[in-house]
Design a protein around this ligand. Sequence first.
Ligand code: TRP
Length: 329
Amino acid sequence: MKRILTGDRTTGKLHLGHYVGSLKNRVALQEQYETFILLADIQALTTHFENPKLINSSIYDVAIDNLSVGLNPEKVTFIQQSLIPSIAELTVFYSMLTTVNSLRHNPTIKTEMKQYGFKDVTYGFLGYPVSQAADITFCSAQLVPVGDDQLPHLEQARKIVRRFNALYMDETSAIVEPEALLSEVPRLIGLDGNSKMGKSLGNAIYLSDDAEVVRDKVRKAVTDTNRISIADKGNPDNCVVSVYHKIFNSDQYDNICEMCKNAQIGCATCKNELTISINQLLSPIREKRCYFESNKALVKEIILEGSNRANLIGNETIARVKNAMHLSL
Ligand code: TRP
């Protein structure tokens, strides 16, 4: 079985955008691959260093989000990034081979710097792609399931690995060069029509939202602004709710669009249908969440056990690397 590793920054709970874009896929992948899920608490510090308590509670939240959607703790290895010293050590070694300019030109870093309004940038933030290369390679992950925003990081990781191997390693000891397993799903737009559903944008439905909260959020979603009264014919192409029907209520999508175009269904009814579909999706997820929320000790155990297992692999990698780099006496 090939090994895959992917992860989430622990900066808050996960939402439907995460579900559609990655979590759903992970549930399928765990059957095919040895799956490692990284709870990236160190990477969370790059933007949230002033809020360590949020990062701590988010380690649980993100783990529970992953478990609730159906990742099986018997099969999947959950890893807390800060518990893995080999990641920190590899980060230092890799940093010698990474120029500041290559990080400054990384398109995702550029976009995020704008998004966070950084005038200057910390060494830690600018360098997180280096740390991410270590996340992936400490355990020799062959494939990395990611969305397209992460591709520049993966390219950077591959470059680092090639350079590192050429400098220090031979064929038998080489660091595994990871490949992206690109998720082709388009990004879920926000309920407010913003191009992205995001925590910081205040337009997200969380996997942990209860049925009434979902109803409330869907009720406020932006619809075709030209459709003022129920008698007006609507244009689903200009309506956020229709995008959501396509994803969460695909069986009814064509039907609902036709009715909207012919003014046979009003926006309130249409939103109600969507609410029902989303709540149907979330209902079993809520049940599992409830189980793990009331068994926090079990969640902790899953993370500690996974991290221990990961450390056995990481320590071997470091021994091999130090030997090749002539750092062992
Ligand atoms: N940067 C990723 C994100 O924001 C999270 C992440 C951290 C990650 N380490 C990783 C993803 C290693 C894949 C592999 O979503």
